[in-house]
Design a protein around this ligand. Structure first.
Ligand code: C2E
Ligand code: CA
Ligand code: CA
Length: 664
C-alpha cells in the first residue's frame, strides 16, 4: 500500500478524481449547447477537479512544507481554496442559468450575487500577505486564520441562493430538472455536514462528484440534445437555446429548411435510405452555413440558428438560399434527390415565449413550400399576423368547445323530383365574443391541426340530434340531415362508435343522418370503409363531398358505400362559365352507377333550371337559402318558398320564384 504522509483518509477523494476526469473528457469531446449553463457546468467540473486534486496535494505537502519553497506552498493551498469557492459559486451560477433565475432576479440582484465569491477570492489571493484565510508559521507550518470560516459561509450562501432560484422559478422548470436541482443541492449540504463529522476524511469531493453526476445525467449529457440519426441538435436543444436567448434578449435569427418531398421519398426509397440522406444533408448544412447551429426537428425539417440580427447581409443570405435550393439537392453519396424549401426567420418576428416560438416555427415549416413558390424567402409580418390569427382562433375554439358553444346552422337541400326541401346540410358556426364570426374553413383547419376536430364533430352531431328530436323537421318533409366529416376524423377508428353513441343517446333514427366525406378521407381505404359499413348497417347514408376538387379514382370511390355525390361549387361554376362541358356526361355516369347527385353553390334561377334539366337530383345553394340557425330553417320550411319554385320549374322555368331573402 502507498504510504501517505498525513493522517487524512483520501479514499473518497481518490475515487472521485478519475470519475471527474472521465466526465470532463466526455463533455469536452462534444460540441455543447451555446448557452450560459453549459459554460457554468464546465466551470463546476474544472473547479471540482482542481479542488479535489489540490486538497490531496496540499494536505500531503503541508506535512513536509519545509521541503518546498514557501511560494509554492501558498500556491498549492490557494489552488485548493480557489477550487472550493469557485465550485460553490459555479454550482449556483449553473442552477440560476438553468432555471433562468437571473432573469427572475433582475440585473442588479444578479450582479450582487457574485460579490461574495469575488470577495473571498480576493481574500484567498491576498492571504500570503494578510494572513486572513491561512498562513505558514515557522514553528507550526500551515494553520487556519481568523477569517477562514468565510470559506464555508460563502459555500452556504451559494447553496441557499441556488435553492432560492429554484423556488423563485419553480413554475417554469420541468419536473426532471426540479428533482435534479433539489437533489444535488441536498447532496452538497449533506457533504458539508458530513465533512464536519469526519474531520479526517476528505468527503467533500465525493459529494460534489455525486452532485455533478446528477446534473450530468439529468440535464448536461450532450446526447440528450442530439438527434440520434443525424447527430445534429434536436428540438430539446432548440428549446433550451431559444428560451435562454428570448429571456435574455439575445438577438438571433433562424433559417427554416424543410425537405418537402420527405413523405414521398420515404415511400419510394424507404426509411433507412432517407435517414442517411438526412444525415448527409445535415452535414452539408453544417459546412455550408458555418455561422449557424443546425437543428433537426424530424420529418425532413431543419432549423439553423445564429446569433445577431440578419439585417446587414439579408440579400446575400437570400441569394445563397436561392442558389442552394432552387433545384433539387443531391449528393454523390445518396440516391435520394431532396426538394428543399427554405425561409429566413428574422428576430423581430419571434414570439417572446418559447412554446409560442416553437408553434410559430412549426407553422412556418408548413408554409415554406408555398411561400417559396410565391418567391418569398423571408418570413414577413403578414405570415406572423396569420399565425397570430390562428393562435387566437385556437384559443377561441378551445373556449367554445369547453362551453359546448359550437353551433350548427342548416342549409336546405332541394329535391328536383319531389319539388320540395327534403334535407339540409349542418354547417358548424363559431361566434367568439372577441373575434366575432370565425368562418368554418378557418377553425376547422385549426381543429384538424390541434386534434380538436373530434370534439367539433361530437358537438355538431349533438346539435343535429337536438334539432331532430326537438323540432321534428321530418313532419315538414325533411328526410336527412347531412353532417360533414373531415379527413382527420375519418382516420380515427373510434369514429363510428363515438358517433353512434351520441345518436343512440338521443334516440334519433340513423335513417335521418347522412355523413359527408371527401376524397382525402379515403387515404386509408380499409379503415374508412369499415367505419362507413358500420354506420351504413345502422341506416345512415354517405355523400362524397366536394367532387371535382381532387383527382378521383372512380373505381376506388364507387367501392365505398356512397349514396350521393356532391358536385363542388367550383366545378358547377366552371360549367356555367363554359369551362367544364363534360358536366352532363358526369351526371349520366353517376346515374348509371346509381349514385344520386347533389349540386352545391346554386345561386341563380338559371343555374337551378339548367342543373335540374341536366338530371341532377338535389340542389343546394344560396338560391334557396344560406345556412341559417335551426329556428330560421324551420321558418324557411314553413314559408313554402321551395314549393313555389317547384311550381315555376314545372311550368317551364321562365320566371322562377325570386330567390329567398338573406335570412343568415
Ligand atoms: P362544404 O362542406 O363544401 O360546405 C359548403 C359550403 O358552401 C358552406 O360554407 C356553405 O355556406 C357554402 N355555400 C353553400 N351554398 C353556397 C352558394 O350558393 N354560394 C356560395 N358562395 N357558397 C355556398 P361554410 O359553411 O363556410 O363551410 C365551409 C366548409 O367548412 C365546408 O365546406 C366544410 O368543408 C367545412 N365545415 C363546415 N362545417 C363543418 C363541420 O361541422 N365539420 C367539418 N368537418 N367541416 C365543416
Ligand atoms: Ca359539405
Ligand atoms: Ca362541399
Amino acid at each position: 500500500m502507498f504510504h501517505w504522509l498525513s493522517n487524512y483518509n483520501y479514499d473518497f477523494a481518490l475515487a472521485a478524481i478519475p470519475i471527474q476526469v472521465i466526465l470532463l473528457l466526455f463533455y469536452c469531446s462534444r460540441k455543447n449547447l451555446p448557452i450560459h449553463s453549459s459554460k457554468s457546468f464546465l466551470w463546476v467540473m474544472v473547479a471540482n477537479l482542481v479542488m479535489t486534486s489540490f486538497d490531496l496535494i496540499s494536505c500531503e505537502m503541508n506535512e513536509v512544507w519545509t521541503g518546498f519553497p514557501l511560494w509554492l506552498m501558498y500556491i498549492v493551498n490557494q489552488a485548493y481554496f480557489l477550487g472550493f469557492i469557485v465550485r460553490g459559486w459555479a454550482l449556483f451560477d449553473y442552477t440560476a442559468a438553468e432555471c433562468h433565475g437571473y432573469s427572475a432576479f433582475g440585473k442588479h440582484l444578479s450582479r450582487l450575487m457574485h460579490i461574495p465569491c469575488i470577495a473571498v477570492v480576493v481574500l484567498i489571493l491576498s492571504t500570503p500577505w494578510t494572513a486572513t484565510i491561512f498562513h505558514f508559521a515557522p514553528e507550526r507550518g500551515y494553520y487556519n486564520c481568523s477569517v477562514y470560516p468565510v470559506i464555508y459561509y460563502c459555500t452556504y450562501f451559494y447553496i441557499a441562493a441556488s435553492l432560492l432560484s429554484v423556488f423563485v422559478c419553480w413554475k417554469g422548470i420541468d419536473m426532471r430538472l426540479k428533482v435534479s436541482m433539489l437533489c444535488y443541492n441536498a447532496i452538497l449540504i449533506a457533504g458539508i455536514l458530513l465533512r464536519k463529522q469526519f474531520e479526517n476524511t476528505l468527503v467533500t469531493s465525493y459529494f460534489s462528484i455525486l452532485a455533478i453526476l446528477f446534473i450530468y445525467l439529468s440535464a448536461q449529457n450532450p446526447d440528450l440534445y442530439r438527434d440520434k440519426k443525424t447527430h445534429l441538435f434536436n428540438t430539446d436543444a432548440f428549446d433550451k437555446i431559444g428560451r435562454e436567448y428570448l429571456l435574455s434578449d439575445i438577438a438571433f435569427h433562424c433559417i427554416v429548411a424543410t425537405v418537402h418531398n420527405y413523405a414521398s421519398a420515404k415511400a419510394l426509397y424507404g426509411q433507412q435510405q432517407l435517414n442517411r440522406s438526412m444525415e448527409i444533408f445535415g452535414k452539408w448544412m453544417n459546412r455550408s452555413f458555418p455561422n449557424y447551429n443546425v437543428f433537426y426537428f424530424g420529418n425532413g425539417d431543419f432549423l439553423l440558428l445564429s446569433r445577431g440580427r440578419v439585417a446587414d447581409d439579408l440579400n446575400r443570405l437570400i441569394q445563397s438560399l436561392r442558389g442552394h435550393f432552387e433545384h433539387t439537392w443531391t449528393s454523390p453519396q445518396i440516391e435520394v434527390p431532396l426538394s428543399v424549401s427554405a425561409m429566413i426567420l428574422p428576430y423581430a418576428l419571434f414570439p417572446r415565449e418559447i412554446s409560442e416560438a416553437n408553434d410559430f416555427i412549426s407553422y412556418i415549416f408548413g408554409k415554406t413550400y408555398v411561400e417559396n413558390r410565391r418567391g418569398n424567402l423571408v418570413v414577413s409580418e403578414r405570415l406572423s399576423g396569420e399565425f397570430a390569427r390562428e393562435e387566437q382562433i385556437e384559443n377561441a375554439l378551445s373556449r367554445a368547445l369547453q362551453e359546448g358553444a359550437i353551433e350548427a346552422y342548416f342549409q336546405p337541400i332541394y329535391s328536383v323530383r319531389d319539388g320540395r326541401i327534403v334535407g339540409a346540410e349542418a354547417l358548424a358556426r363559431l361566434h367568439d365574443p372577441k373575434l366575432g364570426f370565425i368562418p368554418p374553413d378557418e377553425f376547422i383547419r385549426v381543429a384538424e391541426r390541434t386534434g380538436d376536430i373530434m370534439e367539433v364533430g361530437r358537438q355538431i352531431v349533438t346539435r343535429v340530434c337536438e334539432f331532430l328530436s326537438s323540432e321534428r323537421p321530418e313532419q315538414l318533409g325533411i328526410q336527412r340531415i347531412s353532417i360533414n366529416l373531415s379527413p382527420a376524423q375519418c382516420m380515427n377508428d373510434q369514429l363510428a362508435a363515438e358517433l353512434s353513441d351520441i345518436i343512440d343517446r338521443y334516440g334519433v333514427p340513423f335513417e335521418r343522418i347522412n355523413f359527408e366525406i371527401t376524397e382525402s378521407s379515403i387515404e386509408d381505404h380499409y379503415l374508412i370503409r369499415k367505419q362507413m359499413l358500420t354506420l351504413k348497417e345502422r341506416g345512415a347514408d354517405f355523400s362524397l363531398d366536394d367532387f371535382g376538387t381532387g383527382t378521383s379514382n372512380l373505381v376506388r370511390l364507387l367501392d365505398l358505400p356512397i349514396g350521393f355525390v356532391k358536385f363542388d361549387r367550383n366545378l358547377v361554376n366552371s360549367y356555367f362559365r363554359g369551362d367544364a362541358n363534360f358536366l352532363p356526361d358526369l351526371v349520366r355516369m353517376f346515374q348509371k352507377a346509381r349514385v344520386r347527385i347533389v349540386t352545391e353553390g346554386v345561386e341563380t334561377a338559371k343555374m337551378l333550371g339548367n342543373l335540374a334539366a341536366m338530371g341532377c337530383d338535389y340542389i343546394q345553394g344560396y338560391y334557396f337559402s344560406k345556412p341559417v340557425p335551426p329556428k330560421d330553417f324551420m321558418k324557411y320550411l314553413r314559408s313554402g318558398h321551395a314549393q313555389q319554385v317547384a311550381g315555376e320549374l314545372r311550368k317551364g322555368l321562365p320566371s322562377l320564384a325570386a330567390p329567398a331573402g338573406d335570412p343568415a
